[in-house]
Write a protein that binds this ligand. Structure first.
Ligand code: AMP
Ligand code: GLY
Length: 423
């Protein structure tokens, strides 16, 4: 089979790394990929947003199966376009991808399905939104309705901060069309969990659980990022908790999507807040988490590709997945300055030495090769991922690997996994 993976981050490196191991694969391509992905796939110089270009390329090259990584092309209709051209493609239709593409849509589905989630209201008028916040008080959460590259959410600790976020979106237009309406949510407190399932429209197959560290600084402080590291499994999701998440959140939402005529197929990633009164839904994503995908792929024993194909063709009820009974932990190394502005093309070395350690894989999120030199190309650049007997053991090994990497302009958190290790 000829397989095309779309995207260029650590998530896509992990997907390519897993898919390259499948005995079903004869050729693997990645568009556009990155320096690390080039070691397992042939890079194609097409951007994920270039849907027409990708479809044409996939047809011209007789691609048998396509696996998109990021959300933006899903929301823009990549799967619909590939399927219409006769290319089998993993992931949701544009209509189903609205679960991530519109916070309002997601809240409406959750409410209709009776899913526990934060109370909310939607506004297009800044005056009315401000008045609502004044009335509700802080802390309170302001979200741009549409896709804002992970930057559209403000967890406001004061009414003034919430008012500023409202003005940014509705008056200042800083998120463009994505911020033309805002969803204002009740603040929820607890530990966050990343819960992924494969869904073929009907059957739900849970993947390994994971917990992400979203804040840039040690001790979970500082601004939010796309994720600075994570681990799997997450001890707070016991078998009983998992069953209750499936029962109260996942299955009702999947059924509601089918009822609305936008059947969900693909990977559904629920961001959950574990509150004293049980798991509550923060958000749905319609793709694998990044870096959650890295730890999941490190632990996956089964062949990923047949599971993705069964998800697309509605045959998940025949599929089961096996996981290594080990823990995995991934430390993100980012360029100094991230999540604000950062330099590009900073040199790094020692990647091969780190990757050569037993049970360690260095996933690349933003690198390129220049001669025999590795250069950074993004904010999040590497995901140093290790397996271990316990989360603590995986943590020790991951940081041993990190310490083999020499990158003066890079940094990482030194405490990934602290909640689980301390438990
Ligand atoms: P989202 O993109 O909707 O997941 O929001 C990004 C982050 O903001 C989440 O991972 C949470 O840390 C935080 N967040 C979102 N909604 C809420 C909420 N209702 N209460 C508390 N924190 C939230
Ligand atoms: N790591 C969180 C996300 O991918 O959205």
């Amino acid at each position: 089979m000829k397989v095309l993976v779309i995207g260029s981050g650590g998530r896509e490196h992990a997907l390519c790394w897993a898919i390259a191991n499948s005995p079903l694969v004869t050729e693997l391509f990645a568009a556009p990929g990155n320096g690390g992905i080039a070691s397992v796939a042939t890079l194609i110089d097409l951007k994920p947003e270039d849907i027409a270009g990708l479809v044409t390329w996939a047809c011209d090259n007789a691609i048998d199966f396509c696996v998109p990584g990021p959300e933006a092309p899903l929301v823009a209709g990549l799967v619909d376009a590939m399927e219409a051209a006769g290319i089998a493609c993993f992931g949701p239709s544009a209509a189903a991808a609205q679960l991530e593409g519109s916070k309002t849509f997601m809240k409406e589905v959750a409410d209709a399905a009776g899913v526990p989630t934060a109370g909310w209201a939607r506004f297009t008028d800044a005056q009315a939104a401000r008045a609502h916040v004044t009335d509700q008080g802080a802390p309170i959460v302001v979200k741009a309705d549409g896709l804002a590259a992970g930057k559209g959410v403000t967890v406001a600790m004061s009414v003034e901060e919430a008012h500023a976020a409202i003005d940014d979106a509705l008056v200042g237009n800083v998120f463009g069309e994505a911020g033309a309406s805002v969803v204002i949510e009740e603040f929820m407190e607890g530990e966050e969990v990343s819960f992924h399932v494969l869904v073929d429209g009907e059957t739900v197959l849970p993947l390994a659980t994971a917990q992400d560290h979203k804040r840039v600084g040690d001790g979970d402080t500082g601004p939010n990022t796309g994720g600075m590291g994570c681990y799997s499994p997450t001890p707070i999701v016991t078998d009983a908790v998992e069953e209750s998440i499936l029962e109260t959140i996942i299955r009702p939402s999947v059924a509601e999507m089918a009822r609305r005529g936008c059947t969900f197929r693909g990977v559904l990633f629920a961001g959950l807040m574990m509150t004293p009164s049980g798991a509550k839904l923060l958000e749905f994503n319609v793709r694998f988490g990044d870096p959650e995908c890295q730890v999941m792929m490190a632990r996956l024993m089964s062949d990923l590709l047949p599971a993705l194909m069964a998800t697309r063709s509605g045959e998940l009820h025949h599929t089961s997945l096996r996981w290594w009974p080990k823990a995995a932990l991934s430390v993100v190394m980012a360029t100094e300055g991230y999540p604000a502005s950062y330099p590009k093309d900073t040199p790094m070395s020692g990647l091969e030495a780190a990757d050569a350690m037993e049970d360690v894989t260095v996933f690349h999120a933003g690198t390129r090769r220049d001669g025999d030199q590795w250069l950074s190309t993004g904010g999040r650049v590497l995901g140093v991922t290790a397996l271990g007997e316990t989360i603590e053991d995986a943590q020790t090994r991951a940081y041993e690997a990190v310490d083999r990497i020499d990158w003066p302009q890079g940094f990482c958190r030194r405490d990934i996994g602290w909640r689980a290790v301390g438990r």
